[in-house]
Design a protein around this ligand. Structure first.
Ligand SMILES: [Zn+2]
Length: 243
């Protein structure tokens, strides 16, 4: 059984990571156009660097929660048959123990050099502007995908969606493309789809199983079900019917 899990802001919010709120278009008091677009960065790079410097420091002080840890347990059982695709730029999945992971929107703990394209691991501040370790130019920016930019590893994600038997969407409203279309894509290729979210999202195609509540409670329960199914398959030697 192959599984793709998409995670969003909801899973990190339960660890205390402040999230962008669609409703008012503000993120920690800043207009999203000012801090999460290439145009905003061009207008006031120092403001944008300070904004992400503060977020990088804030994330360092929070810890993974039960949902992150449950997904790491799932990888312990399924290995490379589980791919976690996260829209989050924090490193809570890694710190919980997940390694087969795609950060489609980049990572706070990396910088991106606009001069040479290097993506060095970066735990320090980016303001005032330090030189790029690869080329020496002072053109580093946060390695996060802003609105209007292309997310990372889309080909790898789509290949995994085409090959998966189970697709789960966790803590994401399903409002931002391309991730918003992933459940429909996986379903079209025959996967069983599950949503674990604080409230039901406006899905393009209804999920096969939609559960509402806190990720810290829903995800460990769902993971236990999957692990039990897998143990059953192993003991009978026969795969259980997917649908
Ligand atoms: Zn460089």
């Amino acid at each position: 059984m192959r599984i793709v899990v998409l995670t969003g802001a909801g899973i990190s919010a339960e660890s205390g990571v402040p999230t962008f709120r669609d409703a008012d278009g503000l993120w920690e008091g800043h207009d999203v156009d000012d801090v999460a677009t290439p145009e905003g960065f061009a207008r006031d790079p120092d403001l944008v660097q300070r904004f992400y410097d503060a977020r990088r420091r804030a994330v360092a002080s929070v810890v993974p929660n039960a949902a992150h840890r449950a997904l790491a347990r799932l990888e312990g059982a399924f290995g490379e048959d589980l791919l976690v695709v996260t829209q989050n730029v924090d490193d809570l999945h890694e710190r919980a123990g997940t390694s087969n992971l795609v950060h489609m929107h980049g990572e706070l703990r990396r910088a991106l050099c606009a001069g040479c394209g290097a993506r060095p691991v970066w735990d320090a501040d980016l303001e005032p502007r330090p030189p790029c370790p690869a080329c020496g130019e002072r053109m580093l920016r946060p390695d996060v995908v802003w609105f209007g930019e292309m997310p990372y590893e889309l080909d790898r994600i789509e290949q995994a969606l085409a090959a998966c038997d189970v697709f789960a969407s966790i803590g994401t409203s399903g409002a931002v493309y391309p991730a918003a279309g992933y459940a429909a894509l996986a379903a079209a290729w025959g996967a069983w789809t599950v949503e674990l979210n604080l409230e039901p999202s406006d899905a393009l195609v209804p999920f096969d199983d939609a559960r509402s509540g806190r990720a810290g409670e829903l995800v460990p329960a769902w993971v236990e079900e999957l692990l039990a199914t897998r143990n059953e398959e192993e003991s009978t030697g026969a795969p259980t019917e997917r649908d």
